[in-house]
Design a protein around this ligand. Sequence first.
Ligand code: F6R
Length: 605
Amino acid sequence: MCGIIGYTGPLAARKVLIEGLSQLEYRGYDSAGIAYFGSDSSMKIVKTIGKVANLKELCKDKNDVSHCGIGHTRWATHGGVTTENAHPHEFGNVVLIHNGIIENYHQLTIDFHLEGKLVSQTDSEVAAAVLDSMYHGNPMEAIRSLVPLLEGSYAFCIMFKDHPGEIYAVRNVSPLVAAYTHSGSLIASDLTALIPYTRSYFVLPEERIVKLTAYKICMYDMEGNSREPEIMEVNWNMDAAMKNGFPHFMLKEIYEQPEALKNTILPRISRGLPDFEADQIPDAIWQDLSQIRIVACGTAMHAGMVAKAIMEPLMKIPVIVSIASEFRYEDPLIDNKTLVIIISQSGETIDTLAALRLAKSRGAKTLAIVNVKGSTIARESDYVLYTHAGPEIAVASTKAYSVQLAALYLVCCRMAYINKALTEEESINFISQLLDVIPAMEAMIHQADTIKAVVNHLVNQPDAFFIGRGLDYTFSLEGALKLKEISYIHAEAYAAGELKHGTIALIAENVPVIAIATQDKIFGKTISNIREVKARGAFVILLAKENATVDQGVADIQIRIPNINDHFTVFPIAVVLQLIAYYASLLKGLDVDQPRNLAKSVTVE
Ligand code: F6R
């Protein structure tokens, strides 16, 4: 949430900042702003409500040369969407941008007598004011004094008016990556803003302060000792962060799924079996377990629900899925015989991170399934299994979901094999069925036009229902979330057998019901439930396997997926559900990639 960038070097800073903010805009898009040292070394600040395009427009006639500046794209937390609340914030000698929440901002306002002196309602301006009061000419000293006073999460990029050409940064929880390049020094919330300039970068660790100048980046610990950053290499290229001819990132990312699955699965297959040796995950973590807890948010949590339905019957131990924001405030029963699997695309979701920390404090073994290399969750968990989806830019998660599933299926198979719940032959067969999902997903991508036509029956409706049983129910949850978040159609997922206990009262003439029936064992039961809604006038869109026999009149429209094993149907079904949401948003003329009120990477509670 919120994208931040800093640049100092020989290039035109305003351009670098605005281009960087466009790359980071998916992290927040309520308002945007930049601050930079002008040619006379005086500080200039330009900020506005709305998207980065508005900021670009405001800057287009500015001709003054600038080589050092910071920029911010905001997702509002403290204070509404106003120009005053937009970043950068200026107080005295300090100009800063902030991603995160300073929880004790109110107390700081009192302690530092700031009432009546602030122009915004933000916690960030309070931090700027406190820092200014600590500042007596030495930026490092002032930042070191500020840090112990702050409670909450933060990534700050800071400029001091009397130190032109320099940017300072410090963080707690909220991410920052930095790079020194031939074109100068850069720092940003994530790699997408750095990638046009470099392939080498480092993640700024917590409790470190960096100083960026045009010629180098120096890192220090809180005692002022110089520290060496750990340089990493990016494993994707700029193309991955561009639309490459697709009208939206979301569509591009849906289409990228077969490739992302190959990248996630194939390097981890050895002699037909899943193998995590290169990930340095020892088999001991799958053994001697009394339970498995899966913790995540949103779409990642839905991937966890699918995994539970596969894992529990196979492993014959409890697998409990929790929403991270609930888990962290519960008193979860976990111990050293518990494996806690944390799932997160960004690796920065604050509730998920807090859940990981809680699990570790209770002695559980922790495994993170994460997409962003070097992210906080990846670094803090005992073991990490990276998904290789490349950058996911659209706010609605698509390819990250399917690679999370792929990783979970690999985990499930390895765990079952090691614990002899599956024989070697059965495990090899499991993996071969997992690989079959790749052409099955491709087949559904080829049906994009058919799916687009189906969406005409949805877009003018205020509500839609997704129903299914067993695994199909877990897919429905994700289908409903995707439709809600980008088309703003109210959508509910319901276990098909549960409808008649209340919700069926909402089914009336033409109400769209997306019915998922891919599980052979309970197919007949689901069809009976579909008949119940059909009898009450629902417009039924049925998602079933090619070979399923469905009587006439059960569904108004049918979308068929390839005949693959029941346990694996989530993959082609995910493509269908994503395309339904995508086309619904498109046909309604909405902002597909940046839906209202949302942002990627939820670094606030
Ligand atoms: C929905 C979506 C969110 C994320 C959730 C967790 O399309 O993207 O529900 O899945 O915010 O984010 P990560 O996986 O980054 O922890």
